[in-house]
Write a protein that binds this ligand. Structure first.
Ligand SMILES: [Zn+2]
Length: 390
């Protein structure tokens, strides 16, 4: 069967606001009615679409209506980092069927982390029961540097032996289906694209342990010529000689990510401030939550910390915005709920960018659900399914 025509028919049925009739499909695809009927029958036989009643009205011929069969295909998405693994199972109508998660023990290594990822995928496969053979593929939202085209997770500095991991092959061999590996920030922007129709040009900056970004251009993830577009963590945002893990100084990551929070907490404590914030750094996110909670309650010393981070996030964003002229800038991460942080980001951008460049740009601040990058990973598989040519 002609794969691209088949996909075109599926897309028309998927995108139809109501159930689609054969006449509607024929009109949209510009295929002959004979071919349309053959294609529709074949898709019904494959179980990818199903009948959804007949068209109403007393005038004219009544015709069978069609829609995507939710059980036609299933997709698994996984996101992981050094602390946690999240997994979701979605059906063919892009509805969530199940989700799960596991905590990653301290001092994990490459093999133990892959084992936890595998456990989560196995749990999702278990939910498929008799539909196991309808698993279309697995998408993986990976941290660090990844080669989407080869399915290799190249480097994740928090796990020393995580170097050139052929993740697509390892997981593909274990589960017998196609596997796609993509950077988790890009997966996040993919998920946002699904949630908000009409999003075309978006810059997403994720501020957390590190700093990452992803770009959507004309509705598609922009990967760049060597697949490294969006690696903004190590652009220089200050001349201050503050060392970064990469060996250089003044990087965005060292001024905005966990290293910045850690440095600020220690500095403030040295000056007798932020007494309420724990600083054992056994569980860094716990210490940072203390700081964020304090800032949210209006503590001026905590507020000063988040404002400083906001300043550098804005400074980094402002160096990219004029190149892209995005319709939307999304700043995500655990600081995104703090008004002081948001104001500082905006002020910093406005101080650098010409008003004409940013006047129509909407800025969203959001601390997204941890599973959302796993949903974006589902979409990697889903998009591949619909774009497959034969
Ligand atoms: Zn750096």
């Amino acid at each position: 069967m002609n794969q691209s025509r088949r996909n075109r028919v599926l897309q028309v049925i998927r995108d139809c606001p109501d159930e689609a009739s054969k006449t509607f499909i024929q009109r949209k695809t510009r295929m002959g009615m004979e071919s349309t009927i053959v294609m529709v029958n074949s898709l019904l036989e494959e179980g990818l679409i199903c009948e959804a009643g007949v068209s109403g009205g007393s005038v004219g011929r009544r015709s069978t209506l069609l829609r995507i069969n939710p059980a036609g295909q299933f997709f698994i998405g996984v996101r992981f980092n050094v602390e946690h693994v999240w997994a979701v199972l979605y059906d063919f109508s892009l509805k969530e069927v199940a989700r799960t998660g596991r905590t990653v023990p301290r001092d994990t290594n490459r093999d133990s982390l892959i084992a936890i990822v595998t456990q989560c995928i196995r749990a999702m496969c278990g939910m498929l029961a008799e539909n196991r053979d309808r698993l279309c593929g697995i998408g993986i939202a990976a941290p660090g540097i990844n080669d989407y085209y080869r399915g290799i997770s190249k480097r994740y500095i928090h796990i020393p032996d995580w170097v050139d991991v052929p993740l697509a092959q390892i997981i593909g061999d274990a589960f017998g289906c196609p596997v796609f590996v993509e950077n988790s920030t890009r997966c996040l922007i993919n998920a946002l694209h699904l949630e908000e129709a009409g999003l075309k040009n978006v810059l997403l900056i994720q501020v957390g342990r590190g700093v990452g970004s992803a770009v959507l251009i004309d509705g598609k993830i922009f990967r760049g010529s060597t697949n490294s577009a969006g690696n903004i963590g190590h652009i220089r945002v200050t001349d201050k000689p503050i060392p970064c893990e990469c060996g250089r100084t003044g990087c965005m990551e060292t001024m905005c990510g966990y290293p910045a929070l850690r440095r600020m907490i220690l500095h403030a404590k040295g000056a007798g401030k932020l007494a309420q914030v724990s600083a054992d750094f056994q569980d860094p996110s716990h210490d940072y939550q203390d700081l964020i909670g304090l800032a949210a309650r209006g503590d001026p010393d905590a507020a000063a910390c988040v404002k400083e981070i906001g300043f550098y996030v804005g400074k980094g964003a402002a160096s990219i915005i004029p190149v892209l002229n995005p319709q939307k800038l999304v700043i995500s991460g655990m600081l995104a709920g703090l008004p002081d942080f948001c104001r500082a980001v905006k002020d910093s951008i406005e101080a650098v960018c010409f008003p004409e460049v940013i006047e129509s740009m909407h800025i969203d601040f959001c601390d997204y659900d941890d599973h959302i990058s796993a949903v974006g990973a589902v979409l990697l598989v889903y998009q591949h399914f619909f774009s497959a040519q034969g």
